[in-house]
Design a protein around this ligand. Structure first.
Ligand code: FAD
Ligand code: NAD
Length: 400
């Protein structure tokens, strides 16, 4: 009998952990495993605010896929997914197609604009390795340019971060930490630089512990960041942003971080979706498609306690990958029953640049150096789960 073919789309947190678990849980005779990814490397999305601001090399955030997965067991296809033809059980790629018996969708997310015009034309919105490189290069370019133009305008060195969620806060944390070094290197007086974080909700980090939010805001304000809270951005233009109030803030650099939606491949492939995310069954399968699992930012699960979706996080993507691999093993071997996914939330820790961070772990609030230590340990824990102590020692962060 032909062995079943498992195809995993996307080598992010969800896809990589699913792939690594399956190579250990199934023998080569039980199933073939194919991983499809746009690039031949895996990157840690959760580190990207650092290379974007230029506080860490982009190289540190990525690794060749073949250096971490058991390539004797994985058939790796470097290609771009174009569409999933679920009725034909195949995936259309830019350069071919691949058939599956079981499919795992782990294609991550894309920027959510909530219909604000001008975002893709005038703001940086790609939280990928190449997106981070572009932001960093742009920041250095505007600094380098400033002293070479006759007519200097304020907006040349004005930086706007749209959205004070964790992505926006972590990015401005890195940028504000680096600002003294940038000003010194490019011979620019510090008072020429303006940094804004613009947030639509009545608070930065809406829903997070208010004491820690205050800690973060005070710290960032002391580094020169100005918060505009309760100020939805209604348009992005070539010159800056227009707020709902009608006020305009001119800026040469706008970094978009107002949240995410699932991969556009989901809607293009005709799945029922909410903001690009498929509301999965408790065993992580797409409703009506017993051969398709959906994990990570493409999957939507409701937190019944508050009747709202769980946030799309790497923490949840990794936990989903574990359950997805176990369930695939049950289906392939015909042993055991399918597991129900239940997130085990361990907390949230966000870096603020340098040795600063805030977080809640279990019932403990952390800030400052202990939070920064914890954040690096969390980053390293992922490397440990993916590639054991070897990968952690080779690519991990020094926690001190
Ligand atoms: P991803 O990890 O995004 O991986 C998707 C993969 O699919 C990528 O390799 C991509 O190249 C590939 N892909 C996409 N489209 C295609 C296509 N068409 N064809 C082929 N391949 C494709 N979460 C936390 O829990 N903790 C944090 O500290 C944290 N920090 C974050 C910091 C930043 C700056 C950002 C932006 C996010 C952060 N998150 C954090 C959220 C977290 O990164 C995501 O929830 C997580 O990456 C989702 O994992 P995933 O496997 O669904 O997708
Ligand atoms: P988010 O949805 O958490 O935050 C986006 C923010 O943008 C919100 O506060 C929202 O009110 C604001 N916003 C929306 N539209 C706006 C507009 N027009 N003008 C101004 N503000 C606007 O999104 P995110 O920060 O990109 O995070 C995405 C996911 O990744 C979340 O689940 C988050 O928890 C996770 N994440 C976690 C960490 C961490 O744990 N350290 C770090 C980064 C991201």
């Amino acid at each position: 009998m032909k062995k079943p073919s498992i195809v995993i789309l996307g080598a992010g947190y969800g896809g990589m952990i699913t792939a690594t678990r399956l190579t250990k849980q199934l023998t080569a005779n039980e199933a073939s495993i194919t991983l499809v990814n746009k690039h031949d490397y895996h990157y840690q999305t959760t580190w990207l605010h650092e290379p974007a601001a230029g506080t860490l090399s982009a190289e540190r955030t990525r690794m060749p896929i073949k250096s971490v997965l058991n390539m004797n067991r994985i058939n790796f296809l470097q290609d771009e997914v174009v569409e999933i033809k679920k009725d034909d059980k195949k995936v259309i790629l830019k350069n071919g197609e691949v058939e599956y018996d079981y499919l795992v969708i782990g294609l991550g997310s894309e920027a959510e604009t909530f219909g604000v015009p001008g975002v893709f034309e005038h703001a940086f919105s790609k939280w990928t390795v190449n997106g981070a490189r572009e932001v960093k290069e742009h920041i250095e370019y505007v600094f380098a340019k400033y002293n070479n133009v006759e007519e200097k305008t304020d907006d040349m060195l004005t930086f706007i971060v749209a959205g004070a969620g964790f992505t926006g806060i972590e990015f401005i944390g890195e940028l504000s930490e680096r600002m003294p070094e940038l000003c010194s290197y490019y011979d620019i007086p510090r008072d020429k630089v303006k940094m804004y974080v613009i947030e639509a909700a009545p608070s930065a980090l809406p829903g997070f512990d208010p004491e820690l939010v205050e800690y973060a805001m005070n710290l960032l304000e002391n580094r020169g960041v100005e918060f505009k809270i309760n100020c939805p951005i209604k348009e992005v233009t070539a010159d800056g942003v227009i707020l709902a109030s009608g006020d305009e803030i001119k800026a040469a650099t706008i970094v978009w971080a107002t949240g995410v939606r699932g991969s556009s491949i989901i809607e293009k492939s005709g799945f029922d979706a909410m903001r690009g995310r498929i509301k999965v069954e408790p065993n992580l399968r797409a409703p009506g498609h017993d051969d398709i699992f959906v994990i990570g930012d493409c999957a939507l699960i409701i937190n019944e306690d508050i009747n709202r979706p769980y946030p799309p996080t790497a923490q949840i993507a990794m936990q989903m990958a574990d359950v997805c691999a176990d369930n695939l093993k049950s289906l392939v071997t015909g042993q055991g029953s399918l597991k129900t996914f239940k997130p085990a939330l361990k907390g949230t820790v966000a870096s603020l640049g340098g040795k600063e961070a805030i977080g809640v772990v279990g019932s403990r609030k952390l800030y400052g150096a202990p939070a920064s230590f914890m954040k690096k340990m969390i980053d390293n824990r992922y490397l440990f789960l993916l590639g054991g102590p070897g990968l952690t020692l080779k690519r991990g962060k020094s926690p001190l």
